[in-house]
Design a protein around this ligand. Sequence first.
Ligand code: MN
Length: 492
Amino acid sequence: MSARAKEIEEKKTEKTIGADGKAKNRTISECADNKTPITEKDDNANPKPKKKGKTNRSVTRRKNQLIDEKDYRPTNKRPSALSIRNDGGTITVGDTQTVSAHGKVAGSTRKGGKSVGKHRDTDGLMELDFRDETDMKKMLNMQSRLNKKIEEAKAISAIENTANPPTRESIDYIEMIERHYEKVISGVHKITYKKSEFQTVIEEASRIFAEESALIDVDPPCVVVGDLHGQFNDLVNMFILLGRPPHTVYVFTGDYVDRGMMSIECIMLLFCYKIAYPDNIFLLRGNHEIARVNKRYGFYDECVSSIPKYGEEIWAQFQRCFNNLPISALVATKIMCMHGGLSPSLVELNDLRSQKKPIRNPFRGLVNDMLWADPDLSVLEWKISSRGSGFAFGSNVIDDICTRLGIELIIRAHQMCFDGYWTIPGSKLITIFSAPVYCNLYKNAGCVLKIDEKLTVQIVAFVPESDTVEAIIREKNRVWDAAFDSFGFQLK
Ligand SMILES: [Mn+2]
């Protein structure tokens, strides 16, 4: 095994809080000092409007603002006390809620407990931190420039409709699943599927997704997984380490395809599991399960290059299937999972349950927002997202929506974080990212969340192995213990 391949091999570690309240076996990735998740821009989804007489200046970055992948430079900055506070272990929700809400949100302004109106234009990206309905309407109107995208969506739909009616064949799904475990090795190893296998698997999966509501109810225990992005080896490792369906129930929060080299294998294995055990694995839609996105970020190219002759047709069939994926999962009515985040259009759960599928090329509104949104420490309410789709939402929004919907915790993915997870201090929201060593570019950990019957949530990290990782883990544990002591973090 090459040094590079060895580096990619992950080490499974777990982070728990013992009965004595002390953290045990906490681990962290090598580059974990930077706690801020990385936001990618999907500029194809909404290119920045070019304004006459205005040059493309770079956006001035404010403290705590999320950074773009292209701008990222590793820093040796120590994690701030605030970023440590809630990061240390088991989060219990439900009757024994221990996610306490003291500590202010860094970078935000509070006046009498309410957000202060703020309104400015940064390089054509309007930022609003509003508190009344008028502001909200103004902001929603601004999004109407996305109307331009309708035309683009129509063009892509035309390609989608080129697929012929699929031929179906009888498939032994157990045998097909096993095929994915024959070679558990690192590196790219493409699996060959017959055309009829593609067509049957996609068609069957699509039929099952179509029967599911946009909001699905899941009973614990289960494991919630974040972005995979074609990292098939990491997916297989996770199944081996945490248990395979149906013995372990999984909720995947989307972004199965693009970026990585084995998107087809990821999505085919997940679809096979869904068909074999529809009540033991749930697949939500990510923003990359939208045709206009995965046409551009790798999945289309992978289909065309690795499926001779009919790659585009299979890609199109995948898109029709993706349009049937559910948007959100509700675990025991208390923990809400989605890919991106919240939407100003989410007033009650029924708004989501009543969404009719298929949802083709969403570009605005509730579903689109939930696929694209990000939490943002710098605002308390809403602002336009720098991604060009969906919104950035602040801690007041999280509190308000959780209270209104009776939610105790929001689990979302969509942003790369070096520890594999990221929380806003004092907030009922956690971000997870499940593609370790993302794109072979970062040395990030991947994380998934294990939820037990009592709704205790445990973070499971997949940490890239290296010579120095043990020392970093030891150092991190020391820092975290001190932080816990000084903040008096109490666990029931
Ligand atoms: Mn995403």
